[in-house]
Design a protein around this ligand. Structure first.
Ligand code: ZN
Ligand code: ZN
Length: 136
């Protein structure tokens, strides 16, 4: 994998760089990911916090996760693209929305999580490990 990986929002106002290999690549089927993406799941890269560098204006929207932790999801203030997040309890890892990479082909899903929330029409790769909730 060539580093850094680069990405950004739909309008280009927010750009980011990831300077380390992702620790995990995860399809999250939770209701919050469904709502904020408008889709069946979010493809997420979990990267070390120190490896994520962001330029541009974004707004964080806090929600209380099923775990009781606060998840802050960052959206571009101009175009609303969901970009990345942070969890109040796991500050060392940051989820980044894989579809905002300049080359989303770099994403290779390793597992499905929150499959208990998945919609019946959400087709998953049967070969990937499945977790009813969080994978950790
Ligand atoms: Zn934007
Ligand atoms: Zn989720």
């Amino acid at each position: 994998m060539k580093l850094p990986m680069t990405g950004g929002c739909l309008c280009g106002a927010v750009r980011y760089e990831i300077s380390a290999r992702p620790v995990r690549m995860v399809n999250c089927h939770c209701r919050s990911c469904q709502k904020c993406s408008g889709s069946a799941y979010l493809a997420l890269l979990f990267v070390p916090d120190s490896a994520l560098k962001v330029a541009g204006s974004y707004r964080e929207h806090p929600t209380i996760a099923a775990s009781g932790n606060t998840v802050y999801r960052a959206f571009c203030t101009q175009c609303g693209t969901p970009l990345f997040g942070r969890n109040s309890a796991f500050t060392q890892l940051r989820p980044v929305v894989a579809m905002t990479l300049d080359d989303p082909g770099l994403y290779h899903p390793e597992l499905d999580m929150w499959v208990a929330d998945a919609q019946p029409w959400d087709t998953m790769n049967p070969d990937l490990p499945k977790y009813p909730g969080n994978f950790w």
